[in-house]
Design a protein around this ligand. Structure first.
Ligand code: TIU
Length: 223
């Protein structure tokens, strides 16, 4: 067991039964011209976590621990995109429309790729998910069960939407979850802060949170 100095109390995890889940670090959310910007967001805010997220992925790769990447995406025919999701609000481009990085939030389009700085390598798992949560309508639960995973460490965007939704889905399924505070970001700094506070309130009602430095120090000390 490795124990991280976390909130609301120390987080012990068995690395061989732990997966890092990097949520939706895609061009569609982080670069101009993608889904995030069509919703009216300032996407520049999200870039700040890329170096820390790269170090977090690097730490898992260095030890040969499980790394999972997710992508929010829809099939080209949009059969898995509820009209309610496509039509709600007044996006400048709707899901499936052609933007500067190809069709918005459609699988296989350039904008739907994970950003080059965090690109998956051979052997890492990629989950394409039509919803905000990574368990809904995906094989993630089966994959984790087959690998004997009990603990999940989370990073990615956005904190209060896809990251928090997935962490809540995981918590309800019995996983012990830690969110890495400086490897997650929101278009709304106040929502990030609130999501982190919610997750660890009430004795860790959804899970734990800790900065990357605390996780890294715990891993180094355990050697
Ligand atoms: N809009 C927003 O904050 N997020 C999403 O639509 N998806 C994810 O969080 N990945």
């Amino acid at each position: 067991m490795i124990t991280v100095a976390a909130e609301p109390f120390p987080y012990p995890f068995p690395p061989e039964r732990t997966a890092l889940v990097v949520i939706d670090m895609q061009r569609d959310f982080i670069e101009p011209g993608g889904f995030g910007e069509t919703l009216g967001n300032n996407v520049a805010l999200l870039d700040a976590i890329v170096p820390t997220t790269a170090r977090l992925i690097g730490l898992f790769r260095e030890h040969g621990w499980t790394v999972i990447h997710t992508r929010e995406s829809h099939s080209a025919d949009l059969a898995d995109c509820p009209p309610a999701k496509r039509l709600r609000g007044a996006p400048s481009l709707k899901i499936g429309d052609v933007g500067p990085m190809g069709r918005i939030l459609v699988r296989g389009e350039p904008g739907n790729d994970i950003i080059p700085a965090l690109a998956p390598i051979a052997g890492e798992i990629i989950i394409d998910k039509p919803g905000k949560g990574a368990f809904y309508a995906t094989a993630l639960g089966d994959i984790l069960r087959l690998k004997g995973i009990t603990h999940l460490i989370f990073a990615g965007v956005t904190t209060e939407v896809c990251v928090q939704t997935t962490m809540r889905e995981a918590n309800d399924r019995g996983y012990e979850c830690l969110l890495v505070e400086d490897a997650t970001e929101s278009y709304f700094p106040e929502f990030k802060a609130a999501a982190i506070a919610m997750i660890r309130a009430q004795g860790g009602i959804v899970g734990w949170t800790a900065p990357f430095a605390a996780l890294e120090a715990a891993v180094r000390e355990a050697k």
